[in-house]
Design a protein around this ligand. Structure first.
Ligand SMILES: [Zn+2]
Length: 91
């Protein structure tokens, strides 16, 4: 059975295969490319639109129940990276 999660960008639920899992470690959002890191996960579509939308809305702070000081720099770097479309779409 397919597992679906809600994207923090567009708020649509989708298969986890199409989403990028991230977890909060200390006060920092870490991209969990392999889906193996422990802790509460939050999800976003693997595209620039959803990623930048989630950052603009500070959706990560809410998803992880952190304050506005949450460090999203890894996601911000990813959103600026031309490699985003090439990140391993099939995990
Ligand atoms: Zn999305």
């Amino acid at each position: 059975m397919e597992v679906s999660r809600r994207c923090l960008g567009c708020q649509e639920s989708d298969s986890t295969e199409k989403l990028l899992r991230c977890v909060a470690q200390d006060n920092r959002v870490v991209v969990d490319e392999k889906g193996r890191l422990p802790g509460r996960g939050a999800w976003v579509h693997r595209n620039l639109e959803c990623l930048s939308q989630s950052l603009r809305r500070r959706a990560w702070s809410r998803a992880f129940r952190k304050g506005p000081s949450l460090d999203c720099s890894e996601l911000e770097n990813l959103s600026r990276s031309p490699d985003l479309a090439k990140t391993r779409l099939n995990g």
